[in-house]
Design a protein around this ligand. Structure first.
Ligand SMILES: [Fe+2]
Length: 189
């Protein structure tokens, strides 16, 4: 499965520009996390492309299913099965909303990073220029503690980076922020 196949699915499932950017952002982050976890692994089970695709498509049917938690990921699963995507990719996408147990590092990564990318976008949007460039690790960590800021962001989900991925919250914020800042043009931020 290629990145182009994933982008095509985003269009077929009628993602809005904002939703598409959310997928793109988490895709870039997943590619960064692949480098952290798997680069030194001589025989990784999956490729960097696979990790990016999981980020790109995790919420692909969120809008088309009217944000129904029951239906979420079912349409994406159908599309992925049609094109013969690997089960491990499907399971990671389904795992981010508790439809499957999160067994792989890829599944755990997409779960922990999803809400953090949302928080980082919120941090960018309150900057005078509304840009990622002026967001710092320290400011994100501060906003994480301030539960009234972007109150819908699930902090406990982000903190699974420590329990499930063995990365400190500080390091995780640093990596996810960097991955998004490097692609800020593509994210329009
Ligand atoms: Fe998401």
């Amino acid at each position: 499965m290629t990145r182009e196949d994933a982008l095509k699915i985003l269009d077929e499932l009628k993602n809005s520009p904002n939703m598409k950017k959310h997928g793109l952002g988490l895709g870039f982050t997943m590619a960064e996390l692949f480098d952290y976890f798997e680069k030194k692994n001589k025989k990784p089970e999956l490729t960097k492309n696979d990790w990016e695709i999981v980020g790109l498509l995790h919420d692909a049917d969120y809008e088309i299913t009217n944000k129904s938690l029951e239906l979420h990921t079912e349409e994406t699963t159908k599309k992925l099965k049609e094109i013969g995507a690997e089960q491990i990719i499907i399971d990671a996408i389904r795992g981010h909303c508790d439809k499957e147990p999160r067994k792989t590092l890829m599944a755990k990564s997409v779960y922990a990073a999803d809400e953090l990318t949302g928080l980082i976008v919120a941090c960018a949007l309150v900057q005078p220029e509304k840009k990622l460039a002026t967001v710092t690790k320290e400011s994100v960590l501060k906003k994480l503690k301030d539960k009234s800021f972007a109150a819908n962001v699930n902090r406990d989900q982000i903190k699974t980076c420590e329990t499930e991925l063995n990365i400190s919250l500080e390091k995780f914020v640093e990596m996810v922020l960097k991955s998004m800042q490097e692609k800020s043009d593509e994210l329009g931020l």
